[in-house]
Ligand binder design. Structure first.
Ligand code: URA
Length: 269
């Protein structure tokens, strides 16, 4: 009844306004809240002002990232070069990669997608069948959920405002977990992608991504929502959207929404 009333009021307001775009955005956000199990609208001042004033352009200042155990070396300022060019150089270095056995079964390398100048980066686990077929990350069911989290949840645009990639760039057969040697073969490229983009905030999606980035076993149910320094970027851990689809509980959906709010606040700090 509550949501029905809200949407009726919105429809009425849209009909009155020549430019209904902000109302459509508001409706998307409210539908996301409803789908996330909210029975009322959280009115934290911070979050509302963030959604209204969120910066669209990349931050002018970012800290250098200097991952250990790699040959990666960071420059001081994220704007001292061309992020797209740096990312392209990483892609070229990867080439038609055969560094691990995942190359044998793949249709396409799934390098990453989005804006190389993004201040927000998502790191998932590895491509599934849809991603392998299209050569793009998060385009299947879990991808749709991730897009919803990004666009309806925190009001950003998936192509313009974020960059998305995985810890391994080729599909593990039968969607099994990537193995240690496969993760190790791909890790330098993940680190170089992060170095090229220099995001202000990184969101690790699920246990494997969190464990790879932190270099230790992560208990994601205990550690989601926690912040870490990742060589100049801020890293937050959250559930993988595929887990959310499997365990579609109110608690899990709200947990991811809370984590995303934290990420958005950090972006705007
Ligand atoms: N799951 C992932 O972790 N990555 C994808 O690209 C798709 C599904």
């Amino acid at each position: 009844m509550f949501w029905k009333t809200v949407f009726v009021i919105l429809k009425f307001m849209s009909a009155q306004h020549a430019n209904a775009d902000p109302l459509v955005e508001l409706e998307n956000y409210l539908r996301f809240l409803k789908d996330s199990g909210y029975t009322e609208i959280p009115l934290e001042e911070d979050f509302n002002s963030l959604l209204c004033n969120r910066p669209i352009t990349p931050s002018p200042v970012a800290q250098p990232i200097s991952p250990p155990n790699t040959e990666v070396r960071m420059k001081k300022d994220r704007h001292d070069g061309d992020a797209a060019g740096r990312l392209q150089a990483v892609r070229e270095e990867m080439g038609n990669c055969t560094r691990c056995k995942l190359s044998e079964g793949r249709a396409n390398i799934v390098f990453g997608s989005g804006n190389p100048n993004a201040r927000l980066m998502f790191v998932g686990e590895g491509p599934g069948a849809d991603e392998d077929a299209q050569g793009l990350p998060f385009v299947g069911r879990a991808g749709k959920k991730l897009t919803e989290i990004i666009e309806k949840g925190i009001g950003l645009n998936r192509e313009k405002d974020v960059y998305i990639c995985n810890i391994v760039k080729c599909r593990p057969p039968g969607n099994r977990d990537p193995e240690k040697d496969e993760i190790e073969a791909c890790q330098p490229f993940l680190l170089k992608q992060i170095e090229a983009i220099r995001p202000k905030v990184i969101v690790a999606l699920g246990r494997p991504a969190a464990s790879v980035l932190l270099g230790r076993k992560v208990a994601i149910t205990k550690e989601r929502g926690t912040w870490h320094d990742f060589h100049g970027s801020k890293l937050i851990l959250t559930f993988h959207p595929a887990y959310l689809l499997r365990a579609y509980t109110l608690e899990n959906r709200q947990a991811v929404f809370e984590d995303m709010k934290q990420a958005l606040m950090e972006l705007n700090r």
